[in-house]
Design a binder for this molecule. Structure first.
Ligand code: IPM
Ligand code: MG
Length: 356
């Protein structure tokens, strides 16, 4: 049966990078990949056209699809809007409505890019970490939240960090299962020394660890984890953590690999439905200039093929093609180093298509 992909380019460079990923999907379609693509609006672009960053039509499209390919959302233009209709709400709404609780963010260093990292090559060479970020709970969604005015007239902002046991155990299970297919190590990151909520997190993960005794489980406070990521990142195999800690640590891990422009992600629900997006943002400063790196989005298509479309061989083809263009010395500006050939967004996409 034809599988459905909802294509949501969003804002800023989202438009350009998704266009390159679509080129790649079209090549695979010609080679027998049985998918249908339908485009929808999300983020600031959707707000401009419909008054909502997540129009009902887009939500329906996403729910009826096997997978969603998303570019990025946000931009200066919408920063002064009320938080309830900001572009980011489009993305958070999709995550919540589709119950995409498991966010997989691999940080892999391509050997060709060892010199592009700001860290010494020997610290990062061979790096292969999987960050498993909880995506539909925690402080991002906790109630109550808001800004209130106190009796003395001063304003006070507040958010709530909340996790129940089942939310913790379902994300921990995902981490254990992934570790089993990798190097069988899970590091759970929390702030159990200060926050009760993550003290519970640690307890639940530890209990699950006993049922998964084939996996080596460790725990780390988030401040230490941030330090260890830049000090000795290769000590990690799978890291599992809360929504906000995962947001922060995954940007940090991304930079180890040379550029945030290289990292794909998958956000999955219990039914195997997934949303696939680069982990970087909409980069309004370079939007429309045809200079953004499309590889994170193209690699997100590979994750989509693997996790939602059951096409592992095609996923591998994409990954090999990316490897090949890097071997050819082609680099977008963010991963450029001396002696390489600098290419535009569309040239990079064309090169991947050719390498396929
Ligand atoms: C990410 C982004 C989002 C997040 C923003 C755009 C809402 O930073 O996917 O990491 O904070 O989750
Ligand atoms: Mg982020």
């Amino acid at each position: 049966m034809t599988k459905k992909i909802a294509v949501l380019p969003g804002d800023g460079i989202g438009q350009e990078i998704v266009a390159e990923a679509v080129k790649v999907i079209k090549v695979l379609q010609a080679d027998g990949l049985d998918v249908e693509m339908n485009e929808g609006l999300v983020g600031g672009t959707a707000y401009d056209e419909t008054g909502s960053p997540l129009p009902q039509e887009t939500l329906t499209l996403a729910k009826e699809s096997d997978a969603v390919l998303l570019g990025a959302v946000g931009g200066y233009k919408w920063e002064s809007l009320d938080i309830s209709v900001r572009p980011e709400k489009g993305l958070l709404g999709l995550r919540a409505e589709l119950d995409l609780f498991a966010n997989l963010r691999p940080a892999i260093l391509y050997p060709q890019l060892a010199d592009a990292s700001t860290l010494k090559a020997d610290v990062v060479s061979g790096l292969d970490i999987m960050i498993v970020r909880e995506l539909t709970g925690g402080i991002y969604f906790g109630q109550p939240r808001g800004v209130r005015t106190l009796d003395n007239g001063e304003r006070e902002g507040y958010n709530t960090l909340v996790y129940n046991e089942s939310e913790i155990s379902r994300i921990a299970k995902v981490a254990f299962d992934i570790a089993r297919k990798r190097n069988s190590r899970v590091c759970s990151v929390d702030k159990a020394n200060v926050l009760e909520c993550t003290e519970l997190w640690r307890e639940v993960v530890s209990d699950l660890g006993k049922e998964n005794s084939d996996i080596e489980l460790s725990h780390m406070y988030v401040d230490n984890a941030a330090m260890q990521l830049v000090r000795a990142p290769k000590q990690f195999d799978v890291m599992v953590t809360t929504n906000m800690f995962g947001d922060i640590l995954s940007d940090c891990a991304a930079m180890l690999t040379g550029s945030i422009g290289m990292l794909p992600s998958a956000s999955l629900n219990a039914k195997g439905q997934g949303m696939y997006e680069p982990i970087h943002g909409s980069a309004p400063d370079i939007a429309g200039q045809n200079v953004a790196n499309p590889l994170a989005t193209i690699l997100s298509v590979a994750m989509m093929l693997r996790y939602s479309l059951d096409e592992a061989a095609m996923a591998e083809r994409i990954e090999k093609a990316v490897d090949k263009v890097l071997d050819q010395g082609l680099r977008t500006a963010d991963i450029y180093s001396e002696g390489m050939k600098e290419v535009s967004t569309s040239e990079m996409g064309d090169a991947v298509v050719a390498a396929l």
